[in-house]
Design a protein around this ligand. Structure first.
Ligand code: HAS
Ligand code: CU
Length: 544
């Protein structure tokens, strides 16, 4: 019999399948790139992947745009309905959304795989891709808005049945994530609809790289929190319980998410410090706002560590630091998340360096950035999602995880591989090695880079092996596992509960209004000036 619950399970599974297929393509191309940096050029013998830059575009798009987005669109509605204890308002809408996003993905994938959209995941003009690439990605974004709509309708239905009650924390966090993203994605939507799509179709003659970059980073910075916040949802609402403890503070957790809602978007210029044509005063404003959005992650650090500590102490942990060893390290789902947190601490420190204008001039466009993004989206997010899938996939499949030991090996090898890989790239960046460059073909490779480059290959190979263990375990779970799936982890209780949270934290309008106001201040003058004065006359290029 189809109940709403198993219909939602099928929807979650469908999203996860697309996500995992994308991740597979992403890790294979990533492996090729790591080999290239260490002197092994595989591209002459890979018929599907025609060049280093083709590979890099596939890697970026599949990992940061497709794997993340589809995983999130499966995981977050699952969490929301579990927390609210009601079904999604419209399963029809949800399936329509899934098929729209998948159709968009297929549309974008055809030119992408066919080497007609080798423009990196940032698709900066004047690089010009096939129009189907832009239209397809736009459909995926529109799909995410429909997820927002469905979550909002579901919450309204819950609110009608529960007037006056506090929104359960996991649902509150889910809604904030999608509300933030929906505002933030307006930049990329404008770039696509007003610039890239008409231009690639030949309806307008030229483009404007600076205006396009401003619109891109309007979305491109907050998109990193669209990836991160679902991982935070797991760290706050599931990991404390998985560790045998309680969430330290529910009100503090809500405060952190409200700060993300308000502060995530108005700071994209920290990706454009070196772009001419943006007044330096506005860059300074965006720098300060970047330091401000650092704060909710510090709140998260404090709250999550205190929560894990409560679990470890309940399990007999002692001392200031030694309790850490008493976490249930045998649980691959929790181990994945805690190791992801540890590396994210360094990703966060690197982020502060990136955000500091004068230090940014040293690291911008170098391999340092590649090190940074692999600690953040490549570990904090990806390793956490892997940890989540170690209970979510068994639940959806109705079969226990094939091997916990294999999963633990996978999690630790990701951690070790990433330490080698990311540390090396940070160091290479400080030595001036550029990112997004086929290093093996560069004429300016320095002797000190040569000494480190093999480590990129070694770290990358460990990461590749780790991801193969991950896929192997999931495939064997689906095909060979016979034991029934254990129960889904319950949400953590809070030491300091929702009723301690000020009521204003459960209201939407003031925070949404504040978010829009800050965006208008931070972006308004620059966007209006650029849009009013653009001649839109730069011709497109195909450099590959
Ligand atoms: Fe970033 C570039 C600044 C976070 C992703 N970033 C990128 C790019 C990507 C990316 C993909 O200001 C490259 C884009 C491109 O292609 O050009 N980033 C920041 C800052 C933060 C930050 C200030 N980034 C992220 C996250 C990402 C991500 C999250 C993905 C998910 N980033 C920048 C800047 C650039 C940039 C510039 C542009 C540079 C340039 O020149 O191009 C902050 O949000 C970071 C805050 C994080 C923390 C850490 C908190 C730690 C926690 C873990 C708790 C630990 C535990 C375990 C519990 C403050 C919550 C410990 C246990 C114990 C016992 C201690
Ligand atoms: Cu950013």
């Amino acid at each position: 019999m189809t109940t709403p619950e198993n219909s939602l399970n099928r929807l979650t599974a469908a999203n996860l399948i697309v996500a995992l297929v994308a991740l597979f393509g992403g890790v294979v191309t990533g492996f090729f790139q790591a080999l290239e940096h260490s002197g092994v050029n595989v591209y002459p013998s890979t018929p599907l992947v025609q060049s280093y830059y083709h590979s890099l575009t596939l890697h970026g798009v599949l990992n940061v745009l497709v794997w993340t987005t589809f995983f999130i669109c499966g995981f977050v509605p699952f969490i929301t309905t579990r927390a609210l204890r009601i079904p999604l308002t419209s399963l029809g809408l949800a399936w329509g959304t899934f098929w729209l996003m998948t159709a968009g993905l297929v549309m974008a994938a055809i030119p992408l795989i066919g080497n007609a959209a080798t423009v990196m995941f940032t698709f900066y003009p004047p690089l010009k891709a096939h129009w189907a690439f832009y239209v397809g990605l736009t459909l995926v974004v529109v799909g995410t808005w429909l997820v927002t709509l469905n979550l909002a309708l579901t919450w309204r239905a819950w609110r009608r049945q529960n007037p006056g009650a506090r929104t359960p924390l996991p649902a509150f966090m889910s809604l904030v994530t999608f509300a933030m993203w929906t505002i933030a994605s307006l930049g990329i939507a404008a770039e696509m609809l007003l610039m890239l799509i008409p231009w690639s179709l030949g309806l307008i003659g030229g483009t404007d790289p600076l205006l396009a970059r401003v619109l891109f980073w309007f979305t491109g910075h907050p998109i990193v929190y669209f990836w991160l916040l679902p991982a935070y949802i797991s760290w706050y609402t599931l990991a404390p319980r998985q560790a045998g403890g309680k969430l330290f503070s529910d009100p503090l957790a809500r405060t952190s998410f409200i700060l993300f809602l308000v502060l995530s978007t108005p700071l994209g210029f920290h990706h454009q410090y070196t772009d001419p044509g943006i007044q330096v005063g506005w860059k300074l404003v965006h720098a300060f706002l970047t330091f401000a959005v650092f704060f909710p992650s510090l709140l998260t650090f404090f709250n999550v560590v205190a929560s894990l500590e409560s679990g470890a102490r309940a399990r007999g942990g002692r001392g200031w630091v030694a309790w850490f060893g008493k976490l249930p390290w045998g649980d691959p789902s929790l181990a994945a998340q805690v190791l992801a947190m540890l590396l994210f601490t360094f990703g966060g420190i690197g982020g502060l360096i990136n955000a500091s204008y004068n230090l940014n001039l040293v690291v911008h466009n170098t391999a340092w950035m590649v090190g940074h993004l692999h600690l953040t989206v490549g570990t904090a997010v990806t390793l956490t999602f892997m940890g989540v899938s170690y209970w979510l996939v068994p639940h959806l499949a109705g079969r226990a995880l094939w091997s916990r030991r294999l999963a633990l090996g996978q999690v630790w090898s990701w951690f070790i591989g990433m330490i080698i890989f990311s540390n090396t790239l940070h160091r290479l960046g400080l030595m001036g090695m550029p990112r997004r460059t086929m290093i093996g073909a560069a004429s300016y490779v320095q002797p000190e880079w040569k000494a480190l480059l093999p480590l990129v290959g070694i770290g990358g190979s460990i990461l590749f092996a780790s991801s193969m263990l991950y896929f192997l375990n999931l495939i064997l779970t689906l095909t060979a596992s016979r034991a029934p799936a254990p129960a889904v982890p319950e949400f953590a209780e809070a030491l300091s509960g929702a009723d301690h949270a000020p009521a204003i934290l459960d209201r939407w309008r003031p925070w949404l209004a504040l978010a829009v106001l800050l965006i208008a201040i931070a972006y308004g003058p620059t966007l209006v000036r650029l849009a009013a004065t653009t001649p839109l006359d730069v011709p497109g290029m195909r450099v590959w």
